[in-house]
Design a protein. Structure first.
Length: 364
């Protein structure tokens, strides 16, 4: 019989203080309206579906072989889209894996790392796993990032743009000036939501050797279930990242995911229409929320962060859950009285608005 004391008997003692990242709730029940993990409500491009069907028809030939170790075919397609060299691109099994490898390759064994006090909670989890010292910097009163608050002694910096909880983005010019002013700091920009904003920092990699930009196929490309992430940087940074990857897993991205990602990248028309629809729905949804008394932060992502002056976030969260609507609540943070809501289809937003209106009218 295993006792409580035996639970971590064989675990590395350095890991006893880990605080693992807790992802948003996943419920395999079609009755729930899932607006809590920022998935794309429209799914992937039709070309991706065609690719998957073709893959199944030829699975015997494709599955018996290992996938490309460096995802060369996908890197070539991404390079063409961004007008850069394929040697400036690294591909991994989702952006979380890319982030983990970056932390290990560039942050571990060095000085202090800095990231926002309110951001993607995966950062402190992975920093603690790799024993990376870190400090956090405060946001402005309007919840936007304030790069002036970064610890000047830090050797490395990472932040999402737009920020992962607030949805607020910095301009590319602001980031450009920061990177230029800090040539001895390695700076990573996590652009999981950049396609829903006004721009990307990818062009900066040709001007500076101290920046990496990470993106994903999970959000704007609607491929969260296939796990493909990638990053851009100087050839020397990418070489270092590749060396770490090959010391861990030589084949992180499977053949099906690679082929699907290529098809998604090549479908520009679907991509542009999809982004346009989500951005327009975000604007509509924000305006409707404000009409019923919510404060809505200006979002450049595929979600909004909202709060109500007279109703507590945990009360609203529970009410929505009882009505089979999933949204995200961050009770242990400085936005504990806010809810983050994924932009779904317009009809999804209308369902949520209706439930909120019922709650508000009942509270008055």
């Amino acid at each position: 019989m295993t006792t409580k004391n035996d639970k971590h008997k064989f675990l590395n003692p350095n890991l006893n203080t880990l605080e693992p990242y807790v992802p948003g709730k996943q419920i395999n029940d079609s009755e729930y309206l899932k607006l809590n993990t920022n998935e794309n409500p429209f799914g992937p491009s039709p070309r991706v579906k065609e690719t998957i069907i073709n893959f199944l028809e030829n699975s015997e030939a494709l599955l018996r072989l290992y996938p490309e170790p460096e995802s060369d075919s996908l890197r070539e397609v991404i390079a063409k889209r961004f007008a850069i060299k394929s040697d400036q691109i690294f591909v991994g099994n989702g952006s979380d894996e890319v982030l983990s490898l970056c932390f290990l390759a560039f942050f571990a064994g060095r000085g202090c790392l800095s990231f926002p006090e309110l951001t993607y909670s995966f950062y402190p989890s992975i920093a603690k796993l790799f024993k990376i010292p870190f400090s956090t910097f405060q946001l402005k009163k309007d919840y936007s990032l304030d790069l002036a608050n970064i610890n000047p002694e830090s050797e490395s910096v990472i932040f999402p743009n737009p920020n992962a909880i607030t949805g607020i983005a910095l301009s590319i010019d602001v980031i450009d000036r920061f990177v230029k002013a800090n040539p001895n700091k390695l700076i990573i920009i996590d652009e999981a939501y950049a396609d829903f904003s006004e721009g990307s920092c990818v062009s900066l990699i040709n001007s500076y050797s101290n920046i990496l930009v990470i993106q994903t196929f999970s959000k704007s490309r609607g491929m969260a279930g296939l796990r493909v992430g990638f990053c851009f940087g100087s050839e020397s940074l990418i070489d270092g990242l590749r060396a770490v990857k090959n010391s861990f897993n030589s084949y992180p991205v499977d053949t099906l995911a690679t082929l699907a990602a290529i098809s998604a990248t090549n479908d520009d028309l679907w991509f542009e229409n999809n982004i346009d629809t989500i951005v327009k729905t975000r604007s509509y949804f924000s305006q409707e929320l404000e009409k019923i008394g919510f404060r809505v932060l200006p979002s450049s992502a595929n979600f909004v962060l909202i709060t109500h002056p007279s109703l507590e976030a945990d009360t609203l969260h529970d009410h929505l859950f009882k009505n089979k609507i999933l949204v995200r609540h961050f009770p242990e943070t400085s936005v504990s009285n806010w809810l983050r809501i994924t932009i779904g289809k317009r009809k999804d937003c209308d369902v949520l608005l209706s439930v909120l209106k019922q709650k508000i009218s009942g509270a008055n």
